[in-house]
Design a protein around this ligand. Structure first.
Ligand code: GTP
Ligand code: MG
Length: 311
């Protein structure tokens, strides 16, 4: 896919907005599940670690190859467009002008894991629009990383010096979800020590179940070679994924997770629809009412399948 016209961007923006507001029934009409058509990179880490700046630098580098890049940033701070988005926009201004780049912020809404509710649907839209690469920014150290695992191929955990308590949290297991650990702002004091501490944690753990050991990559905005080294590590991880037996299992897990998120969303929809007196009923009755409504919806899904087959 080559440079996009502003018309194509508008179409894409509209599709994403529609997906952001879609009911589960709407999603089922169009979504098919990821086919793994584009490479997906998740960039996660605490606020202010330099994720947006790093994504912009990475994207500028990766544009040297063929293929368009979509950048989606999940903004947990506000239910609608908020300040962080504006900041990101400014940081990425030159990229935003590039016809081969699409940038979009997503509100995390009611989702509890810090991701946007309809993120799997949105990534699928990006994927099917023909982008070569989707980069997803999410803030947080905690649950977010676990949730991101299912929607991307490669997870970058971005840390910065001077955050000792972060390392404690890392030892709690968060590090385990990262494919690449980035020590950003390596121009600042404490970066080397942070990298050494992280290396010790990673070494103690050894490679993961599947045989990958996350590299620790120091980066600094003002050191282009460090960005290049990070880009090379991303490629290395993606090549490792592609050559690993069981890659299709990953897509299947992704689709299973996608359906799981749709079911969870449907349960929320059903709970919202239930009249107050039902909510006051004993738990077993309430449970039964929810399950019954879900089954009614299931008839609806069967109907969608019939309609789809006809078209
Ligand atoms: N010294 C130094 N500062 C950096 C570096 N990279 C980013 N920064 C600064 O760190 C601040 C935060 O950068 P962002 O890219 O907005 O960080 P972020 O992780 O996206 O922040 P949130 O989206 O708010 O969580 C900005 O003022 C950047 O200029 C770096 O390599 N070195
Ligand atoms: Mg940011």
């Amino acid at each position: 896919m080559n440079a996009r016209t502003s018309e194509q961007r508008r179409t894409m923006s509209k599709a994403l907005t529609r997906a952001a507001n879609a009911s589960v029934a709407d999603v089922l009409l169009t979504a098919q599940g990821s086919a793994g058509l584009c490479s997906r990179i998740g960039v996660t880490g605490p606020p202010g670690a330099g994720k947006s700046t790093l994504i912009a630098a990475l994207a500028r580098r990766r544009l040297q190859r063929e293929g368009d890049i979509a950048i989606l940033a999940v903004d947990p701070t506000s239910p609608v467009s908020g300040g962080a988005i504006l900041g990101d926009r400014i940081r990425m201004e030159d990229l935003a002008q590039n016809p081969r780049v699409y940038i979009r912020s997503l509100a995390s809404r009611r989702s509890h894991d810090g991701l946007a509710d309809n993120l799997p649907d949105m990534l699928e839209i990006v994927e099917r629009a023909g982008f070569a690469e989707a980069i997803l920014e999410t803030v947080g150290v905690g649950q977010v990383e676990y949730a991101v695992r299912h929607v991307v191929d490669t997870i970058l955990l971005v840390l910065m010096p001077g955050a000792g308590d972060q390392i404690q949290a890392m030892k709690g297991g968060i590090l385990e979800t990262a494919d690449i650990v980035v020590v950003n702002k390596s121009d600042q004091p404490g970066a080397r020590q942070l990298a050494a501490e992280l290396a010790a944690v990673v070494k103690k753990r050894g490679e993961d179940d599947e045989g990958w050991t996350p590299p620790i990559v120091p980066t600094s905005l003002n050191d282009p070679a460090s960005i290049e080294a990070l880009a090379a590590e991303i490629d290395r991880h993606q090549a490792w994924l592609a050559n690993r037996p069981g890659t299709s299992g990953r897509l299947e897990r992704r689709r299973a997770q996608h359906v799981g998120s749709l079911v969870a969303r449907r349960v929320s929809e059903v709970l919202d629809e239930l009249p107050a007196e039902v909510l006051r009923a004993p738990l077993a009755s309430l449970y039964e009412a929810v399950v019954r409504r879900l089954a009614e919806h299931n008839d609806g899904a069967a109907d969608v399948n019939r309609r789809r087959r006809r078209t």
